[in-house]
Design a binder for this molecule. Structure first.
Ligand code: CA
Length: 534
């Protein structure tokens, strides 16, 4: 990838800023020189977090999915001018829990937010926005919050109630309900830009711009209906996965494009909340296509293919608006000459399935839901165009932002600062294994609770349910699509022993309780008597 800095601010000014940061980082990373305290007194960067909901890395063109689903030129700018992380893993692949992990730098079993069904974020606990604010940062969050309790640690906030809606969304601003007009992704960005314009320019800032899109039910802006000109999308190799070679969990889930998608998901019924003009445009796009679909009386694979293509039109339409709005934020930073002093990251709460294994949604330890996109730009620290394959995580974000601001990282946070990786100086003892645990069960989607260990090559997974206490092992080198468990294969006997030992070690280091509280699952039935892994 060719580095491009053509759209950044004035070269001379940037040059000075970059030199300052390179010098600072040298000092910070060599505490034996005794200059660490002096370094922290240097200028603190602004931090912009653009965070979307359920954005699959497969739907960012910089990630190079072979289907070439769409172009995301603005998000790609961050990859071109910054760096792309290929394996940013989430500890618990579901919306609310990932947001709690980002704020606290701690796993679900420590921060207490396990699931989207009955968890409520304890806003009194330490979070990185609180720490940045205490250190003089102005802090603000706009858009999707989804942690039930009111936001804490922000000077300003304006968030969607619950999941939020796409068209003309109500919001809660500093505790008071307001009604916005327009498309949610545009309006969240408006809120963020309005705040940037009115901020105290003498202080550094933390801005979290958190989109609802592209979360289900994938409602695009009216301007993006038909964006793909009725393209027939290439299919992932596992669109018609029969789950052979794997256990009960994969067979019993309820998150397939074939069976789980509803008429609302598929836009066979119109959404609420459109104006008359919007409804007219909506009907002009969907009605003739839906009539043709009904007349065709599709069945079997043809029906799945219709659903897959409708899903991608709608999902990718939502991404089009996210990408445009990322461009608006980056343009503003350029115009205000803030680009060189600002760490910008683009990420999603978790990954998502776009037809792999026949699925939509998330939850699994498997790659498409385990990996979230992460692009980071920080001129002077991150060399443009870098690509990184280390096992990093959204568990590391809080630590990263504190470190970037020159603040101490609390010892009970469970991730590590990415700043050394940004600077091209990955510590020799960087993690080579990662612990995962998913809880929410049985509803929605009936994905069995599981935990496991992930390395660059392997995944060892234990499922736990009353009728299913089983292990699976995947070798990503020979089976990148994760289609066949090799657990029990004698070839992998020693690997299995080693991975179980590592799983035990991680559970100990991370203080994972032998038995999660009953409420962790969010359902009425305890999935399993917990046992220590064997
Ligand atoms: Ca999500």
């Amino acid at each position: 990838m060719v580095a491009s800095q053509g759209r950044m601010g004035g070269a001379g000014r940037d040059g000075v800023a970059r030199a300052t940061w390179v010098l600072m980082l040298g000092l910070v990373f060599n505490p034996s020189t005794g200059y660490a305290a002096e370094s922290r007194a240097a200028k603190q960067p602004n931090i912009v977090v653009i965070y979307s909901d359920d954005h699959a890395y497969q739907a960012i063109s910089a990630y190079g999915d072979p289907r070439r689903l769409l172009e995301t030129p603005n998000i790609d700018r961050l990859a071109r001018e910054g760096m792309r992380f290929n394996r940013c893993l989430v500890p618990n692949s579901i919306c609310g829990p990932c947001r709690a992990i980002v704020l606290t730098g701690k796993y679900s079993h420590i921060n207490g937010f396990y699931n989207n069904s009955n968890s409520r974020f304890d806003g009194s606990q330490p979070t990185f926005p609180k720490m940045l604010r205490a250190a003089g940062y102005q802090t603000a969050i706009f858009g999707k919050w989804h942690l039930v309790s009111p936001p804490t640690g922000f000077d300003s906030w304006c968030v969607l109630p619950g999941q939020g809606v796409y068209y003309h969304p109500p919001v809660i601003r500093d505790g008071n309900r307001e009604q916005l007009t327009g498309y949610v992704t545009d309006r969240i960005t408006d809120l963020a830009l309005d705040w940037l314009k009115s901020r105290d320019k003498s202080k550094p800032f933390l801005l979290m711009c958190q989109h609802k899109a592209p979360h289900r039910e994938w409602l695009p802006a009216i301007r993006h209906l038909g964006h793909d000109k009725d393209r027939v999308y290439p299919e992932p190799p596992s669109l018609f996965d029969d789950y052979s070679g794997r256990g009960k969990a994969e067979h019993d889930q309820d998150m397939t494009i074939a069976k789980t998608m509803t008429a609302t998901d598929l836009k066979l019924t119109a959404p609420k909340g459109l104006t008359a003009d919007e409804r007219k445009a909506w009907d002009a796009y969907y009605t003739p296509r839906n009539q043709a679909f009904q007349a065709a009386k599709l069945t079997g694979a043809d029906l799945v293919r219709f659903k897959y293509n409708r899903y991608l039109h709608d999902y990718l339409g939502c991404i089009k608006a996210v990408d445009e709005n990322v461009g608006r934020v980056l343009d503003y930073l350029d115009q205000e000459r803030l680009t060189s002093d600002t760490l910008v990251i683009y990420t999603s709460d978790q990954g998502f399935y776009l037809g792999e294994h026949g699925w939509f949604d998330k939850r699994w330890i498997f790659e498409e839901s385990l990996r979230t996109p992460l692009l980071a730009r920080w001129p002077g620290v991150i060399q443009a165009g870098r690509v990184d394959d280390h096992l990093v995580s959204n568990l590391d974000f809080a630590e990263t932002f504190l470190d970037a601001a020159g603040l101490p990282i609390p010892s009970d946070m469970q991730g590590r600062s990415l700043v050394p990786i940004f600077a091209g100086r990955t510590p020799a003892d960087w993690r080579t294994s990662f612990y995962y645990q998913y809880y929410e069960y049985p509803a929605p989607h009936h994905v069995r609770p599981h935990y496991g260990v992930v390395t660059d090559r392997y995944k060892l997974v234990r499922f736990a349910a009353p009728d299913d206490d089983s292990w699976e092992l995947f070798d990503l080198k020979t089976d990148p699509g994760e289609l066949k468990s090799v657990y029990g294969d004698p070839t992998y006997a020693q690997t299995t022993v080693d991975l179980k030992r590592e799983l035990d070690r991680l559970r100990g280091v991370l203080r994972v309780p032998a038995e999660p509280p009953e409420s962790a699952y969010g359902g009425s039935v305890r999935p399993s008597p917990a046992r220590t892994p064997r």
